[in-house]
Design a protein around this ligand. Structure first.
Ligand SMILES: NC(=O)c1ccc[n+]([C@@H]2O[C@H](COP(=O)([O-])OP(=O)(O)OC[C@H]3O[C@@H](n4cnc5c(N)ncnc54)[C@H](OP(=O)(O)O)[C@@H]3O)[C@@H](O)[C@H]2O)c1
Length: 206
């Protein structure tokens, strides 16, 4: 797939590198494509970088991996060009009651399939999606339809087990998981290589 990742930091760089090794065509959209850290990333991953506007021109999927506070200005500049593409919001507006940017994306791109994914776990879990021999689960939500299958596949391509919990009306559950991760990993100091596992089974009666 042709994927534009807006932001080439911890999240953008990790996802982009994995997708590139899986054969996806990854373009980073960044403020300064010539910056040293961006150039180092490109050399190690075989990806390309452009201005944010140019990066989305050919993209089928656009992933947002910039600070939540930068989203209004960035999305505002992209305007209609986002419409019709699959959009993934991985941003967290930390410290705000609403951590996601879904209304902003919906307004900018009414015909897009929109998803909330890669926002609940630290980037280390995307870089190394196996903990104690078990595959890390990634809970996500978003518009159902063919776009959902593609996002499911993109999550699997990172090495994660995708767990779809429903439409965008479920976003508070996803963001609560992010808050739980902050508490467990950071406040309680359990470490950033930490994830939540869905396990099911048949209960047997005694
Ligand atoms: N770190 C995690 O484990 C994690 C996990 C889940 C979700 N998230 C969320 O994912 C997003 C990215 O996190 P990160 O850890 O990857 O951050 P990061 O390493 O600091 O990278 C941020 C990226 O956003 C760009 N950026 C910063 N300000 C910008 C602006 N005003 N306009 C356009 N681009 C801007 C930076 O480019 P420059 O080099 O030009 O500054 C950089 O490419 C955040 O919303 C974060 O809350 C992070």
């Amino acid at each position: 797939m042709k994927i534009s990742i807006i932001g080439a930091g911890n999240i953008g760089g990790t996802l982009g590198g994995k997708w590139a090794t899986q054969g996806h065509q990854v373009v980073f959209g960044v403020r300064d494509p010539q910056a040293g850290k961006v150039q180092i990333l490109l050399e190690s991953h075989g990806t390309t970088a452009h201005s944010i506007n140019k990066s989305i021109t050919e993209a089928e999927v656009v992933v947002f991996a910039i600070p939540g506070g930068a989203m209004a200005e960035t999305v505002g500049r992209l305007g209609d060009n986002l419409n019709g593409k699959i959009l993934i919001d991985a941003t967290n507006h930390v410290g705000q009651q609403q951590m996601h940017q879904l209304p902003l994306l919906r307004q900018a791109a009414p015909e897009s399939a929109i998803f909330r994914a890669f926002s609940t776990l630290g980037w280390e879990n995307f870089a190394d999606p196996v903990i104690g021999g078990q595959q890390v689960d990634l809970f996500y939500c978003g518009d159902s339809g063919s776009g959902q299958e593609m996002v499911n596949d993109l999550i699997a391509d990172i090495g994660l087990r995708p767990i779809y919990i429903g439409g965008l009306d479920q976003v508070d559950i996803i963001d609560s998981l992010a808050r739980l991760w902050f508490v467990m990993a950071l406040q309680q100091g359990r470490g950033r290589h930490l994830a939540f596992k869905l396990q099911t089974g048949l209960m047997t009666q005694a």
